[in-house]
Design a protein around this ligand. Structure first.
Ligand code: TXA
Ligand code: MG
Length: 325
């Protein structure tokens, strides 16, 4: 097993050095990896994902010691965050070093950097010896893959290699915090919470004010991270009220429910249980959405989750997966 893995890593590194695409597991979701310093390779990433060029990519590093090679103006607060959360599901945005490709940053003066935690990702970075761009390994606006078979569905045939590292441990994309401003701001919520970040830097950290005219906010399309099946977000009371009287043109449908409350059995309505804790829910969400998306359903209904801080990242994703109410 170990030997096979080592051969795979060598082969993967050879592919990356030649400008190829290697999908690798991270603890958050699978990433579509390519040499961050090779413009042809980076262009292939955008093409494989059908992603517009104005959406910048995250550069993945082996360790904090590589930060200086990519970022300028690294503050003490950023170093504290790196020490506390790397390797792990945190991405930090910095002013970029001049060599960082405009293609990677979408012509912005900043670059997003992260050190992932999955051992295969770290072996790959160690073997390659330099930064790798790795957007989530899905086609643009689709759900991020959390298993190698989901990657196969999304990008099979468009990439040179897929490294299988089992199901993703976190299940949602990293928290993105912009460290290039006076006050750090969270651009994308993730399982590392605003509170955890605030505790490390020693001052309150806020979420991006959506009214501010800021460039390239992750997930700013009205529908993002969405299944192909129409998806609605309803709270438990609304589900309970409507379960017996859904229009027949909405059937069959699936209700993704995390509360252990009982729902009546109704023809054409399937209740799919999700874990009732935020970590377990996050881990299962994308896999479950993907499975239900393949069931020829007319609707997926997601039971809304609490509006509390510990559910913030999950709620961000389920709101984005759903149609506006
Ligand atoms: O967990 C993750 O972050 C995963 C794994 C594979 O590492 N990657 C990921 O990449 O989610 P992607 O490309 O799907 O999402 C990266 C987000 C994009 O929405 C992009 O807008 C934002 O990061 N981003 C990248 N560079 C940025 C920058 N310089 N300023 C602001 N946002 C940036
Ligand atoms: Mg993505």
């Amino acid at each position: 097993m170990l030997t096979t893995m080592r051969i795979d890593i060598n082969q993967a590194v050879t592919i990356l050095r030649a400008g190829g695409l290697v999908v690798f597991p991270t603890e958050t979701v699978y990433g579509l990896g390519a040499d961050a310093s090779n413009p042809t390779a980076v262009r292939r990433v955008f093409e494989a994902k059908e992603r517009p060029y104005n959406h910048p990519l995250i550069v993945h590093l082996l360790e904090s010691a590589w930060l200086e090679d990519w970022a300028l103006d690294i503050t003490d607060e950023a170093r504290k965050l790196a020490k506390a959360f790397w390797p792990g599901p945190l991405t930090m945005v910095f002013n970029k070093q001049s060599h960082v490709l405009d293609l990677v940053t979408a012509d912005q003066p900043t670059v997003a950097l992260r050190v992932p935690r999955h051992p295969l990702a770290l072996s790959l970075l160690n073997g390659f010896g330099d930064g790798l761009v790795a957007p989530s390994a899905n086609r643009f606006t689709r759900i991020s893959p959390t298993t190698a078979s989901a990657v196969q569905q999304e990008l099979g045939g468009r990439v040179d290699m897929i490294l299988d590292g089992g199901p993703s441990e976190v299940g949602l994309e990293s928290t993105i915090v912009d460290m290039s401003r006076e006050l750090p701001v969270i651009l994308r919520p993730g399982m590392i919470s605003a509170k955890a970040i605030s505790e490390v830097v020693g001052r309150p950290i806020s979420y991006l004010n959506q009214d501010q005219p800021v460039v390239r906010v992750p997930g700013m399309h009205a529908v993002h991270y969405a299944p192909a099946t129409k998806t609605m977000l309803l709270d438990f009371i609304a589900i309970k009220d409507r379960i017996c009287e859904f229009d027949t043109d909405l059937l069959p449908l699936a209700i993704l429910s995390h509360s252990n409350l009982r729902l009546p059995k109704v023809d054409g309505v399937k209740v799919v249980r999700l874990p009732s804790d935020p970590d377990g829910y996050a881990r299962a969400l994308y896999r479950t959405l993907r499975e239900q998306d393949q069931q020829q359903l007319k609707r997926i209904i997601i039971e809304d989750v609490p509006q509390s801080a510990e559910w913030a990242a999950v709620r961000d994703r389920i709101v984005k997966a759903s149609e506006p109410a």
